[in-house]
Design a protein around this ligand. Structure first.
Ligand code: 5GP
Ligand code: MN
Length: 352
């Protein structure tokens, strides 16, 4: 039985045609995504990868650095190249590609050392992303900050190209994973009714959404849980008047709990569960830099905060940045930031 469903043409139909044409004309196709790939980065990349392989293309995915254990269940993760481990191979692959997809990031800086390799490549470049402010390094730019995940955009691309019928279960699983993780399991940024129409279409491909939820959210190590408990009880500051909360972890703290990559994923969301907290920050001392994550509710622009003080960016309610200096200096910069945003933060609870 053929199932018909209409969805808005979010991607310009002419772009869908251009992208399908570019794919048809290319053989060596490379998919790239951002540093510390998350569920949406990998979900969108793998869905597109499976589609391209199905079409007989020599497709590859190159990510800048590795990704956490709880995303490894997705089909194809074993075939992903990690540039950090093999930088020369990554350079070679990018330089010899016919077509490069940039998924879930807006500018080459977000892929770290792969950025200059991408810029140097003569390949055609297609950006498909939902972060604001797309860069100008691409031949085709599909940028939709109003869409909650890049994985949803990949679904829409295939759907609009009339390829829903041939979408596989594996592709559907990867798309669902990206849509689910970028919306916190459909708890924020997910009120567009078409999201649920798409979920319905994915479920028709026999995906098990409950199993996917468990794979991602019930797949942590005991150490991560103990680290979370420690962080919330010993390393959290609340600024009630400012509706702000800070959690922080030094390298020493992390070593004490045998920190593994991905262990702190999602920590920044917890303080938002506290009544009255609108702005949450997580400052983590990493090797050679300090990494910051921001989350907000309502209209507080945590991406502006990230850009103003931590050379970062992202979405209105979910952003990140980095700081080069000591851990204490990063904490100081955050305190200065709070001062600058004091008036806006004080009023943030009332704002819509
Ligand atoms: P997370 O806190 O989950 O690492 O990142 C949240 C959001 O902020 C993501 O959409 C991510 O793309 C963006 N983001 C994270 N770190 C950075 C950064 O250093 N620079 C910029 N521009 N965006 C970031
Ligand atoms: Mn995303």
């Amino acid at each position: 039985m053929k199932f018909t469903q209409s969805l808005a043409d979010v991607i310009e139909p002419a772009q869908v045609e251009q992208i399908m044409h570019a794919i048809a004309q290319s053989d060596q196709i490379v998919i790239t995504t951002h540093l510390s790939p998350d569920g949406d980065a990998l979900g969108s990349s793998l869905a597109l990868y499976h589609f391209l392989k199905k079409k007989g293309k020599n497709a590859r995915i190159i990510v800048p650095n590795s990704f956490p254990y709880f995303l490894r269940w997705m089909k194809g993760t074993g075939e992903i190249d990690v540039a950090e481990y093999h930088p020369e191979a990554a350079r070679h692959i990018l330089l010899h590609a016919d077509l490069i997809f940039s998924l879930d990031y807006n500018i080459p800086k977000r892929i770290g050392e792969m950025g200059p390799m991408l810029e140097a490549s003569p390949a055609r470049k297609i950006l498909i992303d939902h972060h604001p402010f797309p860069g100008d390094s691409f031949n085709i730019v599909v940028s939709h900050p109003e869409i909650s995940s890049t994985s949803e955009l990949i679904f829409r691309l295939l759907f609009q190209a009339g390829l829903y019928e041939e979408l596989t279960q594996a592709e559907a699983e990867c798309i669902y994973c990206g849509m689910m993780t970028d919306t916190g399991g459909f708890t924020y940024n997910s009120s567009n009714p078409e999201i649920f129409e798409i979920i319905s279409l994915l479920l028709r491909k026999q995906i098990d959404k409950d199993a996917i939820y468990s794979q991602v959210f019930h797949n942590y190590s005991a150490e991560r849980f103990r680290l979370l408990g420690f962080t919330l009880s010993q390393r959290m500051e609340i600024y009630p008047d400012l509706h702000a909360a800070l959690i922080r972890l030094s390298r020493e703290d992390q070593a004490q709990f045998r920190f593994n990559k991905g262990d702190t994923e999602g920590f920044v969301n917890y303080p938002l569960s506290i009544r009255g907290i609108i702005f949450s920050t997580f400052i983590r001392e990493d090797e050679g830099l300090i990494k910051l994550s921001f989350r907000s509710q309502k209209s507080f622009p945590c991406n502006e905060f990230a850009a103003a003080f931590f050379n970062g960016g992202g979405h209105l309610n979910a952003s990140g940045g980095e700081f080069y200096g000591s851990f204490e200096e990063a904490l100081h910069a955050y305190a200065e930031g709070l001062k600058k945003y004091e008036e806006i933060l004080k009023r943030s609870l009332e704002a819509v």
